[in-house]
Design a binder for this molecule. Structure first.
Ligand code: ADP
Ligand code: ADP
Ligand code: ZN
Length: 212
C-alpha cells in the first residue's frame, strides 16, 4: 500500500518513514530531503528552493509537483511513502492527477497528531545526518557518539530552518496551508490519524496496523 504521511513540522514523519523503509522496504519520498540534496549539489532546483526553505515558506507548487512526478516515474513498482508532500490542497489535487496518469493509488493518508506545545522542543532539539538524513534528537534520541551518525558515520548537524525564528514561520505555514489537508483527505475517504505524541515505537505500531 502506498501512503501519504502528513502532519506539522516535527510530528515525526521522517522518523516513521525511516522505520517503514527499514522494516517494510518501502521507498521514502521526502520532498524536504530531495530539496536539501539539491541544495547540497548546487543544482538549479536547489537554487530555486533555498530562499523559500530558509524563510520557512513553501517552495512554489509547480517546482515541487514536477520533482515528485519525476520520482514517481522511477519507482519500479515499489510501495512508497510520501513524506512532506502534499503540503496544501492544490498539491493534493495535483497528486491525484499525476497518480492516475501513472496508474498508482494512495491507500491511506495518515495524519500524525502532535500538540503544538510539543512541536517546538522536538524541532529545536532535532539533529540530522548530513549524509543519510537519519533523524536524531538531543534529548530523546541522541547519536551514540555525539555529532556522528549511528547509521553511516556521517556528520550530525542542526538544520538551518530548525532555528526558533524560522520554526515560528513554518508552524504558521503549516496551520494555514497543510492543516486543511485533513478535511481534504477525510472527504476522499483515505484519511486516518495516529497519536504522534506516543513513543516513536508505539506510533510505528499504530501506523503499521493501518497498512493491513
Ligand atoms: P519538516 O519535516 O520539519 O516538516 P521538511 O524537511 O519536510 O520539514 O521541509 C523543509 C522545507 O522544505 C519546508 O519548510 C519547505 O520550505 C520545503 N518543502 C518540503 N516539502 C514541500 C512541499 N511539499 N511543498 C512546498 N515546500 C516544501
Ligand atoms: P518531521 O519529519 O515530521 O518534521 P521528525 O521525524 O524529523 O519530524 O521528528 C522531529 C523530531 O522529533 C526529531 O528530533 C525526532 O527524533 C523527534 N521525534 C520523532 N518522533 C518522536 C516521538 N514519537 N516522540 C518523541 N520524539 C520524537
Ligand atoms: Zn547518516
Amino acid at each position: 500500500m502506498n501512503l501519504v504521511l502528513f502532519g506539522a513540522p516535527g510530528a515525526g514523519k521522517g522518523t516513521q518513514s525511516e522505520r517503514l523503509v527499514r522494516e517494510l522496504g518501502m521507498v521514502q519520498i521526502s520532498t524536504g530531503d530531495l530539496f536539501r540534496a539539491a541544495i547540497k549539489n548546487k543544482t538549479a532546483l536547489g537554487v530555486q528552493a533555498q530562499s523559500y526553505m530558509d524563510k520557512g515558506q513553501l517552495v512554489p507548487d509547480s517546482i515541487v509537483i514536477g520533482m515528485v512526478d519525476e520520482v514517481l516515474a522511477n519507482l519500479n513498482g515499489k510501495s512508497f511513502i510520501l513524506d512532506g508532500f502534499p503540503r496544501n490542497v492544490a498539491q493534493a489535487e495535483a497528486l491525484g492527477k499525476i497518480l492516475s496518469q501513472r496508474n498508482l493509488t494512495i491507500g491511506k493518508a495518515i495524519f500524525l497528531e502532535v500538540r503544538k506545545e510539543d512541536l517546538l522542543s522536538r524541532l529545536t532539539g532535532r539533529r540530522v545526518c548530513k549524509s543519510c538524513g537519519a533523524v536524531y534528537h538531543v534529548q530523546s534520541k541522541p547519536a551514540k557518539i555525539s555529532g556522528v551518525c549511528d547509521q553511516c558515520g556521517g556528520e550530525v548537524i542542526q538544520r538551518n530552518d530548525d532555528k526558533e525564528d524560522v520554526i515560528a514561520t513554518r508552524l504558521k505555514t503549516y496551520e494555514e496551508s497543510t492543516e486543511p489537508l485533513r478535511g481534504y483527505y477525510r472527504s476522499s475517504g483515505q484519511y486516518a490519524e495516529v497519536n504522534g505524541a506516543q513513543d516513536a515505537e508505539l506510533v510505528f505500531q499504530s501506523v503499521k496496523s493501518l497498512l493491513k
